[in-house]
Design a protein. Sequence first.
Length: 354
Amino acid sequence: MTTWDAAHFRDEVQQVLDAFLDERAGELAPLGPDADRLVTEARTALRGGKRLRAAFCHWGHRAIRPEVEDPGALARACASLEVLHASALVHDDLMDASDTRRGRPATHRAFEAEHRAAGWRGDARQYGAAAAILLGDLLLGWASDLLRGSGFGPAEVAPGLTLFEQCRSEVIAGQFLDVSVQARGRADVDTAMTVLRYKSAKYSIERPLHIGAALAGAGPEQLQQLSRFGLPLGEAFQLRDDLLGVFGDPEQTGKPAGDDLVEGKRTVLVALALDAAPRTAARRLDSALGTPLAAADVAELRSIIEDSGARSQVEEVIGSLADRAVDALRSADVDEDARAALTELAAAATQRTV
């Protein structure tokens, strides 16, 4: 039985990303110091994190092909999912007007601060927004570049690239659903679940599994078996994220307390609370979403959600989805080492504080 060393794996992924960025820095060097600033911020965006997407890609591959023929190629393919994730986070933070990411200034805020400190012309906030858009776009392109040039042969990499492109479309469209729901200021539970599924659940777990498996030559039935595990687990993963966005400890999440409430996120948690809370409390929650909130306001809204039963209901759904995923994995035709590692990853994805 293979021992899964998650910390060692994260280090390997970081090494791949650092080497990839070194290559990109060399290519962009003729553009001068501004291009270097862009690469430096890319390094910040690609530092840290749980590396769950890379891990699910790795074990999706080994679920189908236990013996890895080219570990370096697989590591680069897995790392491409982290570049895609970084791109999404850079854009997401800008759209949500978030100030921080993992305890550091969000990309648009970092560039905004540079502009302001240098005393440049124009609007510092607009400069920060423009820089974040461009960096997110650059990372998005680099993600597919890294997968395409990972080292797999053309016939091997083609199915993985097809799934990667589907994943990219899903997450972008899911993000648009999210901003549209926030703009309308309403979302029932079904709508919130649709946003959750396409903005996060599929690209966080199901598609990384698919991409890794496709690189190993998986057929449609094998991909479907992985979906029966990956999709409910991805939904549970994002529901946990939604709980952390309201109830998480800022010291661990790197985000302000109640950040999703300030941003006006119309999550499944919020939709359930609005359905179940008394009318006056529901109106207070609804009107407060997406507005500046003091600590006392955050505490009040947390109490409304808690008292409505929505928090405990989401916890129950997380447990049910995680159980369904693990049950599906038990009956899947996959390698036993992969089954054990994926079971461990399922717990890490759903029983977390960050």
